[in-house]
Design a protein around this ligand. Structure first.
Ligand code: SAM
Length: 280
């Protein structure tokens, strides 16, 4: 069967008395070329494992299973699990886990299913929790090689933004600690069933880049404080974290206390984190 044909998707869903659930961001890919392009972008080899986020009907899962050693796919909607007996039949290297990805311990999942080996993350992400999922994967401490994900076009723009751009914010600055996100290509809303109200893009992050020399939690604490009030100066936003040392720290880092967080680069946030957490 062809689960990227809108006609077959509707038939399949009605056979199982299901309909796409908006609350879970269910917009299923119905363009086989896009499915193949996504899988091509990951750089899989037959010895690599993949974690897929959001199985849906299994369109990406099937394509991944052809290229990867093992695919673990997490799906929150129990209703869809019944039809995987049909759409994912005969794929011994695929395991579908029911549940909310945000509740999974990814290090534990990696140990249980991939023998602790580094793995790729892939998914046509549910848009209502895209940022949370990205942050969860990045901060999990699991050995993730890369993330290749379908996100809303606006989120892709935010991820590709650089200091000084209007789209540059806490999510961008956090991601830049781990990786240099790239937008690979855009995807029209017409490639989904049902069509969402927005266009999408595929982003990719290679996670091999070394971290900037401060603990991830220290960097994250600085980012959260710095972007807590977008209109406030970096000095005012840092005061709750750095106390009376805030001004001294900014001056030592040669950062104008009147600057806004969105003007600072990841390496400047690292400098601030070093001084706050080493000196206080
Ligand atoms: N991969 C499929 C495709 O490309 O056609 C489905 C993509 S659809 C945009 C997102 C999928 O993520 C849906 O199947 C939805 O039920 C699932 N999902 C939503 N929230 C989730 C969560 N918190 N944890 C795991 N899966 C979730």
């Amino acid at each position: 069967m062809n689960i990227t044909s809108p006609r077959e998707i509707t038939q399949l869903l009605s056979e199982y008395h299901l309909s796409p659930l908006k609350k879970f961001g269910q917009n299923f890919l119905c363009d086989e070329n896009i499915v193949q392009k996504i899988v091509d972008s990951i750089g899989l080899t037959p010895d690599r494992c993949v974690l897929e986020i959001g199985t849906g009907l299994g369109a990406l899962t099937r394509a991944l299973s052809v290229r990867a050693k093992k695919v673990v796919s997490v799906e929150i909607d129990r209703g869809l699990l019944a039809l995987h007996g049909k759409t994912l039949a005969g794929l011994p290297n695929v395991t579908v886990l029911e549940g909310d990805i945000l509740k999974y311990d990814l290090k534990g999942l990696c140990a249980d299913y991939f023998g602790g080996s580094p793995f790729h993350v892939c998914g046509n992400l549910p848009y209502y929790i895209t940022s949370k999922i990205l942050m969860q994967v990045l901060e999990s401490g699991a050995p993730v090689r890369s993330i290749t994900a379908m996100v809303q076009k606006e989120v892709a723009q935010r991820l590709s933004a650089r200091p000084g751009d209007t789209d540059y914010g806490a999510l961008t600055a956090s991601c830049l600690y781990f990786s240099q996100p790239e937008t690979l290509f855009t995807v029209s809303r017409n490639c989904f069933y049902p069509a969402p109200d927005v266009d999408s893009a595929i982003i990719r992050m290679e996670l091999s880049r070394p971290a900037c020399g401060v603990a991830r939690s220290d960097y994250t604490a600085v980012i959260r404080a710095a972007f807590s009030m977008r209109r406030k100066t970096i000095y005012n936003n840092l005061k709750p974290l750095a106390g009376s040392n805030a001004k001294f720290i900014l001056e030592s880092c040669k950062i104008d206390p009147n600057a806004r967080a969105q003007e600072l680069s990841p390496s400047q946030f690292c400098d601030i984190a070093k001084l706050i957490f080493q000196k206080l």
